[in-house]
Design a protein around this ligand. Structure first.
Ligand code: FES
Ligand SMILES: [Fe+2]
Length: 450
């Protein structure tokens, strides 16, 4: 097997820039860097696969991707979640191409081998005549994804059997996931299928846009101000805290200028508030009562946004998870899940879903604005002059807009390092540091045979 690593010279050049907080633009679209990322980042970090509410009954399955590895995620008869490489053991055919369904067996369209919900090979067409009694079916089951685990209903997989546990990987982020996913009785549920589309973009830029960059909101999404959906104040998305956590995770807790609630409990129905009081700690409850938007991400490529959406009198809150599946250095397949409290009133869920479609769905106003910028980044990043051009992470030493030094706020109630503004590059820098750490681990030769 060829193990890809960064060569020593490239490592030194990159390190020099990264140490100064500069991010070279060429790495956004470089094909060699992309190959390294596939192996060193996506080959050993936890990738989101599905939410448990997508797999209700035994036999329910969904098909997903871990970058280039197709995956079947299914529920077996005992109610356990399993994840297999979606590739037949005989000639490797992509076994199941439906988005989701319910099955007892998966049958290959090529020669008809079939597998049960445990991934075991159970049927071979004309088996005895073709293979005689020699073949041990037990050797030819589907390959299991080396590790799968769930947290708050979110199912993740890891292609590295030696990777740290999901809980350790999420670390401090669990506190915020408990808040967003565990606030109401029954937790969150996915409504409909995840929508997906291909965007001209690099996964690092899309992940950073969501997890680390409320600063873009007032310009990119200016039209929402003009429509009266967002406030006029250009700092409106900057109030609150940006919280940096280990392993490249981060969250922005956006509030109002005064820190008080613009609308209590993110415009959820009042009937749900007692559940929040019951399920959350006092610190989590306080944040939930005042927050306008949670937006953040789990490194490397899962982001989320939980906004208040709509106009006065018709406000709703929902939770949108999105996975940036890289399908090339300059393309991502966006997977977009709409989630809502299972215990919310049905009419509220429906209205929130419509609000989501008009905002962060594939044709939503906010989504379209962002997509345009991501395409513009990749269009210009592989030019010759981009080779020694570096991107501006304005607050390299935590300077806000280059002037005022911002210290962490020790009074913030949640875990992580919290800065008292979200117009800061603290999460972006931490994501890039994590990126560099992962791609450069094991720097040796460009290609090492192992
Ligand atoms: S490739 Fe699947 S049965 Fe032959
Ligand atoms: Fe945006």
């Amino acid at each position: 097997m060829i193990k890809k690593t960064l060569d020593e010279k490239a490592f030194q050049l990159l390190k020099e820039k990264m140490d100064k907080g500069l991010f070279p633009q060429w790495v956004l679209t470089d094909p060699d860097i992309y190959e390294l990322e596939k192996e060193n980042i996506f080959g050993r970090t936890w990738q989101f696969l599905a939410h448990e509410s997508e797999l209700k009954e035994p036999g329910d399955y969904v098909t997903r991707w871990m970058v280039n590895d197709p995956v079947i995620v299914s529920k077996n008869r005992e109610g356990e979640i399993k994840a297999f490489l979606n590739s037949c053991s005989h000639r490797g055919v992509h076994l199941c191409t439906a988005d989701r369904g319910n099955k007892k067996t998966f049958t290959c369209p090529y020669h008809g081998w079939s597998y049960n919900l445990e991934g075991e090979l159970i049927g071979i067409v004309a088996g005895n005549k073709v293979y005689g009694g020699e073949m041990d079916k037990g050797d030819w089951g589907l390959r299991e994804i080396p590790q799968i685990a769930s947290y708050q209903g979110m199912i993740f997989g890891n292609l590295d059997k030696d990777a740290i546990s999901l809980e350790d990987y999420l670390g401090e982020m669990k506190w915020y996931l408990d808040l967003m996913l565990g606030r109401s009785d029954g937790g969150m549920e996915v409504r409909g299928l995840p929508q997906r589309w291909v965007a001209k973009a690099n996964w690092k830029a899309t992940a950073e846009n969501f997890a680390a960059d409320p600063y873009h909101v007032q310009t990119t999404h200016r039209s929402t101000v003009e429509m009266g959906i967002s406030p006029e104040d250009p700092l409106y998305a900057g109030y609150g805290h940006q919280v940096v956590m280990e392993n490249g995770h981060g969250i922005n807790v956006i509030t109002s200028k005064t820190g008080k609630a613009r609308v209590p409990f993110q415009a959820t129905p009042e009937s749900m508030w007692p559940m929040f009081e019951k399920n959350l700690t006092p610190e989590q409850l306080d944040i939930q009562s005042r927050v306008t938007v949670f937006v953040g991400g789990m490194y490397p490529n899962l982001s989320f946004v939980s906004p208040i959406h709509g106009t006065e009198g018709h406000l709703h809150n929902y939770l949108n998870f999105r996975l940036w599946r890289p399908i090339g250095p300059d393309k991502v397949e966006v997977w977009c899940w709409f989630m809502i409290d299972k215990s919310a009133p049905e009419e509220y869920k429906e209205a929130a879903y419509r609000g989501y479609l008009g905002s962060f769905g594939p044709t939503g106003t906010l989504e379209v604005d962002d997509t345009e910028n991501w395409a513009r980044i990749v269009e210009v990043s592989s030019g010759l002059m981009a080779r020694d051009k570096h991107l501006n992470y304005n607050s390299i030493n935590n300077y806000l807009m280059g002037f005022e030094r911002v210290e962490p706020d020790s009074n913030f109630q949640g875990p992580g390092t919290a800065y008292p503004t979200t117009y800061i590059d603290a999460i972006a820098r931490s994501m890039h540091e994590q990126w560099f750490k992962l791609i450069s681990e094991g720097v040796m030769m460009k290609e090492e045979i192992v």
